[in-house]
Design a protein around this ligand. Structure first.
Ligand SMILES: Nc1ncnc2c1ncn2[C@@H]1O[C@H](COP(=O)(O)OP(=O)(O)O)[C@@H](O)[C@H]1O
Ligand SMILES: [Mg+2]
Length: 267
């Protein structure tokens, strides 16, 4: 017998809720029927290969793309198709794919850009120190143009700029893209620290299932714009399809590999 109350107390309600969201580029439907929840304080992940629709999900949440169907709720408020600036102000920051930093601005000024809507100058100064604590290299380079940073440092700056808005929820689009395994590991460790220490809720989309499953609490698998599986990351790590297809752990030989590449059965 379930003891779950019919109406959950507000603090247990998900921070983010997508219901049957569909987004398209002209005639191309990029995501369909996407429903997912992110609970307060957790790291959630959407795993999917190239072209699965990961970026489209994040752009639809942050208001860059308006969905054709479905709804998006953030902290109990309907934010479907609202203006990106409005959504940021509600406490939702988006770290885009490919780390779009302002190349001709200094590291310091990039960080200030992240805080442009804030009026609490003390809080901004505190958060500046906090991000320099997470990424000391950014403090060393604070006067340098962001365009001169390495790819990994730009990813750090992009995450830090999002943090400067002091968000409740941070969307992270493939932070591992183009980075070495070592740098990827470093960045993921800090993402987890940000979640644990600041309590920032995180929705991370990744192709790098290994990193994402280790860093996250709950995961969704996205294929051709649809969610085909969801579970705790502890459970997902144990599933054979995930192990074979995303983690590259095969217990059988090449013949079987060809077989599952031809026909995958998500369970
Ligand atoms: N600007 C665009 N115009 C047309 N099709 C696009 C555009 N951006 C993405 N798509 C298509 O939408 C689908 C999902 O893309 P995307 O969300 O970028 O996937 P992912 O981030 O998982 O790689 C792909 O088929 C892609 O080709
Ligand atoms: Mg993408």
């Amino acid at each position: 017998m379930s003891t779950t109350p019919a109406t959950l107390p507000a603090e247990d309600a998900p921070v983010l809720k997508l219901l049957n969201v569909e987004s398209a580029y002209g005639p191309i439907k990029a995501i369909r029927g996407v429903s997912l929840k992110v609970r307060r304080g957790e790291v959630a992940t959407v795993l999917g290969s190239n072209g699965a629709g990961k970026t489209t999900i994040l752009k639809t949440i942050s208001g860059i793309i308006d969905p054709r169907k479905g709804s998006i709720e953030f902290k109990g408020q309907d934010i479907t198709a609202r203006d990106p600036a409005f959504i940021v102000q509600q406490g939702l920051s988006h770290v885009p794919e490919g780390r779009e930093v302002f190349a001709l601005l200094s590291v310091h000024d990039n960080l200030l850009m992240g805080a442009y809507t804030r009026k609490d100058r003390d809080g901004v100064a505190r958060d500046m120190e906090a991000v320099y604590g997470y990424f000391p290299i950014l403090k060393e380079r604070s006067a340098q143009d962001a365009g001169l940073l390495s790819g990994g440092q730009q990813q750090m700056l992009s995450i830090s700029r999002a943090l400067m808005a002091n968000p409740d929820l941070m969307l992270l689009d493939e932070p591992s893209l183009g980075l070495s395994p070592k740098l990827t590991k470093e960045i993921f460790e800090i993402v987890v620290r940000i979640n644990r220490e600041r309590g920032t809720t995180i929705l991370l989309v990744e192709q790098n299932a290994n990193m994402a499953l280790n860093a996250s609490d709950y995961g969704y698998v996205l294929e051709n714009g649809r969610i085909v599986m969801e579970d705790t990351c502890a459970n997902l790590r144990e599933k054979d399809d995930i192990k074979e297809f995303y983690l590259g752990l095969k217990e059988t030989g090449m013949r079987d590999e060809r077989r599952w590449k031809k026909k995958k059965n998500w369970r």
